[in-house]
Write a protein that binds this ligand. Structure first.
Ligand SMILES: [Ca+2]
Length: 503
């Protein structure tokens, strides 16, 4: 029955497409209304390293993101959405397989998850859409960079557009950071917005919308910015005048109440620490460049959404926008991700289109893992067994609908954070803990874990810790931390537990 329904819908779309003449907008809209109810298309928009500095999320008082804010008004935004891992590869693997990092064993930047036999045939989110009659198209960064490897790409999406990425680069790094990693850079140099990877992928995606595939489609567009390098043209920096720039709130001694294991998760990163930024007068330039990159990325989402509107597909297309992990810009003394705190875990998650209430603002905890079952619900696909997330469809109809589950973020083996509406509880592999009252302490400055008044609260939160804790998948590398026989090992080197966080 599902198949017949699909063929009918596809057949009608072919007839409409075969007319050869582009009907006037009114006639086309009428034709669409006359269609039997068919599955909506999906426009699946990823943003790389986008924290909550989005207007409708309120993470930074000055950030300008008019297009994402407009999408949130047309749909529903989750104000308490969190990634499953504060790192690209494990986060995206989790979202696209519907499995927690603690279930996949993918915790680090390598490997590609299908190298494990048990995941060779695991049906990913786009594959489930393809199996249900959707054409699947991708451009930019959807899976982690470089994945899937060459010959396997068509198994993941049928059509691949340009890869996007950084685009125009200066002749040499603009900022000589302590780590020479070419990605860790920011600022402006002479180039055109049109030469940026995010512009190129938007152009390609717009062309797809201008000649939509006959079947329902799943179009994935993965933006690179505001991932470093945060290169922008001057017009975007000018949105954030230096003399009025709001820096993120930081507190001296903020790390004094952290267990040592908290630092092990980000023991050595290519991203500089706050002390280095302050010494070199680079804190303001980095914050400005990140904000400017967010606004540029937003402008490209705006071009994409304009094209969707012009195509007359808006009313029949579910749009979902998500960020793969957050980013620190000085909070707790660091930049980058690789932590289980709010700065690393809180991400944008916005839905709009058929089945989604306009103007919804949900404070319920939501996980990126929930996107897979939610899209199944919104598009009427057959259920998929074994998904570890829960459909957000009730909250998309009524943002205040109850939801029992917290949002869980995992980084490396057996380190987890449990985020409810009011609390964040963290437990590391060595058993050490953190507890934050998110109502009274949104900056997570006061670790309450040692206060016995909260023992019952901690026990209640600990009930949600994942029962499955797979060891790292063979081939795991880059940002890998393991804890064996009481010794924490960062990327192959034992950590001296008494050593301070390296600069
Ligand atoms: Ca990322």
């Amino acid at each position: 029955m599902i198949l017949n329904h699909r063929l009918e819908a596809a057949g009608l779309a072919v007839v409409l497409g075969a007319a050869g003449i582009q009907p006037a907008r009114g006639a086309e809209a009428e034709a669409q209304e006359a269609r039997p109810p068919s599955r909506p298309n999906v426009l699946f928009v990823a943003i790389d390293d986008q924290n909550d500095w989005i207007g409708c999320l309120g993470g930074h008082p000055q950030v300008q993101t008019p297009h994402l804010d407009g999408l949130a008004r047309r749909g529903t935004v989750f104000l308490n959405a969190h990634c499953q891992s504060p790192l690209c590869n494990p986060s995206r693997t989790s979202l696209l397989t519907g499995l927690r990092p603690s279930t996949t064993g993918v915790y680090a930047l390598a490997p590609w998850f299908r190298t494990a036999d048990r995941f060779k045939d695991r049906v990913s989110l786009p594959q489930h859409f393809a199996a249900s009659g959707y054409d699947t198209l991708a451009t930019g960064k959807i899976w982690h960079g470089g994945y899937p490897p060459g010959g396997e790409r068509q198994k993941e999406f049928r059509v691949w557009g340009p890869p996007g990425g950084v685009g125009a680069r200066p002749a040499r790094k603009l900022v000589q950071t302590p780590d020479p990693n070419p990605l860790v850079d920011w600022g402006s140099f002479p180039h055109r917005d049109e030469d940026k990877g995010d512009w190129v992928i938007t152009d390609w995606a717009i062309r797809q919308l201008e000649r939509p595939p006959a079947e329902p489609f799943f179009l994935a567009v993965g933006y690179f910015l505001p991932h470093v390098p945060c290169y922008v043209t001057p017009r975007w920096l000018e949105l954030y005048p230096e003399d009025r720039l709001a820096l993120p709130p930081v507190r001296a001694g903020d790390r004094d109440d952290l267990p040592p294991f908290a630092s092990f998760l980000h023991w050595r990163l290519p991203e500089p620490r706050l002390a280095w930024l302050q010494d070199r007068d680079q804190w303001v330039p980095l914050v400005r460049s990140y904000l400017a990159s967010v606004s540029f990325m937003d402008s490209q989402v705006g071009r994409l959404l304009d094209a969707l509107r012009r195509s007359s597909l808006e009313s029949s297309t579910v749009v979902v926008v998500w960020g793969d992990n957050g980013w620190h810009l000085g909070e707790k003394g660091i930049t980058g991700k690789n932590t289980l705190w709010e700065r690393s875990t809180r991400v944008p998650l916005i839905f709009a289109g058929p089945g989604v209430a306009a103007g919804g603002r949900s404070r319920r905890p939501a996980e990126l893992l929930d996107i897979y079952p939610t899209l199944i619900d919104l598009c009427g696909l057959p259920p998929m067994e074994g998904l570890e997330g829960h459909s957000l469809a009730p909250q998309l109809r009524d943002a205040s609908a109850a939801r029992p589950w917290p949002a869980i973020t995992t980084h490396n083996h057996d380190n987890h954070s449990v985020r409810t509406e009011d609390w964040r509880y963290i437990r590391y592999a060595d058993g050490s803990e953190e507890l934050y009252d998110e109502r009274g302490d949104p900056n997570e400055w006061n670790n309450l874990a040692a206060d016995s008044r909260f023992d019952a609260a901690k026990r209640e939160l600990a009930r949600w810790l994942p029962r499955i804790n797979e060891p790292p998948m063979p081939g795991s590398a880059h940002r890998l931390l393991v804890y064996t026989n009481g010794v924490a090992i960062w990327e192959g080197s034992p950590i001296d537990p008494k050593a301070p966080l390296p600069p």
